[in-house]
Design a protein around this ligand. Structure first.
Ligand SMILES: *[C@@H]1O[C@H](CO)[C@@H](O)[C@H](O)[C@H]1NC(C)=O
Ligand SMILES: *[C@@H]1O[C@H](CO)[C@@H](O)[C@H](O)[C@H]1NC(C)=O
Length: 349
């Protein structure tokens, strides 16, 4: 082979390697890395066409004047999210039940999904019922139930003679999750509660009852109990299991390089770029390490980073508490949870 042939050969090889690499990069679509782009075709629904949105999430109705925050679309790096098609989703789940299990962040995502589905079939009949901790939104024409089981720790809190006991290895609440076709779990925000809003007096692991313990360890114990339940009880041919992921709050501007901000008040735009300067909350590592040990298929909706970028997406003073409260934990609807549901949609269709 002459020098010239060698040169041509090398050049062709390099081009080929380059092409293969590019093709691989596009095939490998990570839905959870990307950035927010403005898209005038958003939001996916008009919140005033969604009469059942709770006041807590109805930022526009509560007087929030800016609307740019409703106009962002999540753009994953190597691909595009398919826009949620409500009719297609209702057809796909005809006769089936979807249940969110968790705290008010689950309620946030549940309301977002019911709004999106309702707005795609505004004339279809629906009823909302509630039994104990379970709220059910039924699209009667499709026989689709979109449900919410309010269960803030996933494991049990039991009233006993000594007081409320948070039992890290007991999960009787799971009886409500039987026979559901899609389960989306979430727990985190209540693990750091102390004082009057902590709904238990003691914490129990095995036979040991304590006043308190390291909350991250407790979170890990509870998730491990939940993981064992998934392995023992889920039939993957019948039930799809998701974990919603850790939804972040925005109370410390130092984390997004705006040290004077003490909350999300007045934020009207996302953080630009692919990274959140302050990094991820430590609970994410705990959650991921537990999920890695589950043998049954459980898909993490890894929404932490994309939501961290959305310091503009919270109700702030346009939430439940009004001007005297500052809610930088929940999310306005229409808004960020719509994207969580679009990702869910992309993963199940
Ligand atoms: C949303 O619906 C309300 C009431 O139907 C209407 O007044 C408003 O213009 C709509 N907003 C958008 C952005 O379409
Ligand atoms: C905000 O975050 C910075 C950086 O992690 C930390 O040093 C500071 O203590 C935090 N402020 C508050 C009020 O938590």
């Amino acid at each position: 082979m002459g020098l010239w042939d060698y040169f041509i050969f090398t050049a062709i090889s390099l081009v080929w390697i380059f092409i293969c690499h590019r093709a691989n990069a596009t095939e490998e679509c990570d839905l959870f890395s990307g950035s927010w782009v403005i898209d005038e075709a958003y939001p996916l629904y008009n919140s005033s066409g969604c009469p059942f949105i709770e006041r807590e999430f109805s930022c526009q109705k509560n007087g929030r004047p800016d609307i740019l925050y409703t106009k962002y679309r999540w753009k994953p790096l190597g691909c595009d999210l398919q826009r949620l098609n409500g009719v297609q989703m209702l057809e796909r789940f005809r006769g089936k039940s979807i249940m969110f299990v968790g705290d008010s962040l689950s309620r946030n995502q549940w309301q977002s999904l019911t709004c999106m589905l309702h707005s795609s079939v505004p004339n279809a009949n629906y009823i909302i019922t509630r039994q104990g901790d379970v709220s059910t939104f039924t699209f009667t024409d499709y026989g689709v139930n979109v449900m919410l089981d309010r269960n803030v720790y996933l494991v049990d809190v039991v009233r006993e003679p000594i007081g409320g006991v948070l039992k890290l290895d007991s999960i009787h609440g799971a009886k409500l999750w039987k026979g559901i076709d899609v389960l989306i779990f979430n727990t985190w925000h209540w693990w750091n509660r102390r004082g009057p809003t902590q709904p238990w007096d003691y914490i129990q692991v095995g036979n040991e009852i304590k006043m308190d313990m390291d909350r991250m360890l407790a979170f890990n114990e509870a998730l491990t109990t939940w993981a064992a339940w998934v392995d023992a009880s889920i039939d993957p041919t019948k039930t799809l299991v998701f974990f919603q992921g850790i939804s972040p709050s925005h109370y410390n501007g130092t984390l997004w390089k705006e040290p004077r901000a003490k909350s999300c008040a007045g934020q009207q735009e996302p953080v630009t770029g692919l990274r959140f300067p302050g990094g991820l909350p430590p609970a994410v590592d705990v959650l991921k390490s537990v999920l890695r040990k589950i043998r049954k298929p459980v898909k993490l909706l890894d929404i932490t980073l994309l939501s961290l970028l959305r310091k503009d997406g919270h109700p702030s003073i346009y939430g439940l508490g009004g001007p005297t409260a500052m809610d930088c934990s929940h999310w306005c609807l229409a808004g960020v949870p719509d994207t969580w549901n679009e990702i869910l949609y992309n993963l199940i269709l």
